[in-house]
Design a protein around this ligand. Structure first.
Ligand SMILES: *Cc1c(COP(=O)(O)O)cnc(C)c1O
Length: 472
């Protein structure tokens, strides 16, 4: 090792030495000691790396600067002290943002979580009969009513629902799937991988762009166990393309004596064409034409908590329920509380549209968005005129969550440009506010979409944008 490097390393203070620094002793009075100690260790480790590699990424010119060391320690200690999983403001206009927690819950769903979390509950106790009950009972009737199915089962998420269906009905046997439906849904959910892990043998048929009923027919043999249809949630093949409708697969399945399972992905319980969006497959439609099982997510278009919903024929649902894997992917009581509350809102479409945040955001009239955008602009201008140029512009929002990927919903955006700060710098600062703010960047401006900002967040958002623009 070079002698200068060794010299510098030796000059770094020890943890104990830093803990004796007056400003760090003050820090320990307001922040927990463990957080300060961990922060000091992290800063010292960073400095050692900087010195050893001779590179200073964000570190100060002088790696031994006491002031810089202390400031960094405080920043890290603060970060360690506050909860890691936090609320933030989503101004991106992506309604179901997987990285930002997908669906915000309806107020009543939140209330039910709190109520059930706080005490004991009849999770698996049938009060009427005075005997052990099933946790599924709390949502099964609702799911059946809303999808017109005979039976229903709720699990941890839709990936688990697909896994459970394949494992139960096709372990060691062939599952016939169209090549055009071998999808990857973000974050490593890929049909071929899930198939393998579930013990099913993938039997691909057709081509990427075209699959015919006879392709399925030709593939059916003694080792076949099920026909699987998967909704291509997050992409569309356009042009010379066709897939076999679920109704035709059902007829084939009946003829061949094979169950037909459909993963519809998002699971719209309401026809979204009434708010001007393209149609997403609805579980009730697949059930009506005779699909044996249909699976979908709870926290995409449905607007509830993370969950996987399986609806369909009673005999098959019972089979899935008896699979030991069902226990490994079972839904927890807090999710169940939120899911029940959300499903109840669907019993009245008006209630669903006005009280489920995802639906409310998607159905929000342009005038209302325009109004919110102007309000936001005016507040920002009032707080930070001279530092920022703020205007209301036309643009589009996205559904997100791998649903309706081609849909661009007209919206009104607030575009913000700072006189002396670039858009990435402004964005970076907004990520570090409390709560953090997520935005889009367009050219040299940051873009705020009021569609995904909750009503009571508008003031906070204006304050945060103004504050990051006016501080030096
Ligand atoms: C989103 C999606 C999944 C995964 O659902 P999770 O609830 O995120 O596990 C599976 N299949 C399709 C078609 C999807 O769109």
């Amino acid at each position: 090792m070079e002698s200068r490097t060794r010299l510098l390393l030796r000059q770094l203070p020890s943890v104990d030495e830093l803990l004796q620094e007056p400003s760090i002793r003050v820090m320990v009075q307001t922040l927990p000691r463990w957080a300060v100690v961990d922060a000091i260790r992290e800063v010292l480790e960073r400095r050692r790396r900087t010195i050893a590699t001779g590179q200073s990424e964000s570190a100060p010119e002088d790696p031994l600067s006491r002031t810089a060391l202390i400031i960094e320690t405080q920043q890290i200690a603060l970060r360690l002290h506050r909860p890691a999983l936090r609320r933030l403001i989503n101004a991106t206009g992506v309604v179901i943002h997987t990285n930002l927690g997908r669906a915000p819950l309806a107020e009543v769903a939140v209330e039910r979580i709190v109520e059930v979390a706080r005490g004991y509950s009849n999770l698996e106790y049938d009060i009427e009969r005075g005997d052990r009950g099933s946790r599924q009972a709390h949502v099964e009737r609702l799911l059946c009513r809303l999808t017109e199915a005979e039976a229903a089962l709720a699990v941890n998420n839709n990936a688990a629902a697909v896994l459970l269906a394949i494992n139960t009905l096709a372990e060691g046997k062939d599952v016939i799937v169209s090549r055009g439906e071998l999808v990857e849904i973000g974050d490593s959910f890929r049909i071929p991988d899930i198939m393998r892990r579930a013990g099913g043998i993938l039997r691909e048929v057709g081509t990427t762009n075209r699959t015919y009923l006879r392709d399925y027919e030709d593939a059916i043999g003694t080792t076949s166990a099920m026909l699987l249809k998967v909704h291509t949630s997050n992409f569309r093949i356009q042009g010379f393309a066709s897939q076999v409708p679920i109704a035709e697969l059902v007829s084939l399945g009946e003829k061949a004596g094979l169950p037909v399972v459909e993963d519809v992905g998002s699971g719209a319980l309401i026809d979204l064409s009434q708010i001007g969006l393209s149609r997403e497959p609805m579980p009730s439609e697949s059930i009506r034409v005779g699909a044996d099982l249909v699976t979908f997510s709870g926290d995409k278009l449905l607007g509830g908590p993370q969950a996987g919903l399986i609806v369909g024929k009673r005999l098959l649902v019972e089979k899935l329920r008896r699979n030991p894997l069902a226990r490994a992917v079972r839904i927890d009581k807090l999710t169940l509380a939120a899911l029940e509350a959300t499903l109840r809102l669907y019993l009245d479409e008006g209630q669903a549209f006005s009280r489920i945040p995802v639906l409310r955001a998607l159905a929000m009239p342009l005038q209302e968005i325009e109004q919110r955008a102007r309000l936001l602009r005016d507040r920002i201008v009032a707080l930070a005129s001279g530092h920022l140029e703020v205007s209301v512009v036309e643009g589009t929002s996205e559904v997100g969550g791998g649903a309706l990927p081609l849909e661009a919903i007209p919206t009104r955006l607030v575009a913000v440009q700072a006189a002396h700060l670039t858009a990435p710098v402004l964005e970076g600062r907004l990520h570090r506010t409390d709560p953090p703010v997520m935005v889009r960047i367009k050219g040299d401006r940051i873009i705020l979409d009021p569609r995904t900002v909750q009503e009571d967040e508008l003031d906070t958002l204006a304050n945060l944008v103004a504050s990051v623009a006016t501080c030096s």
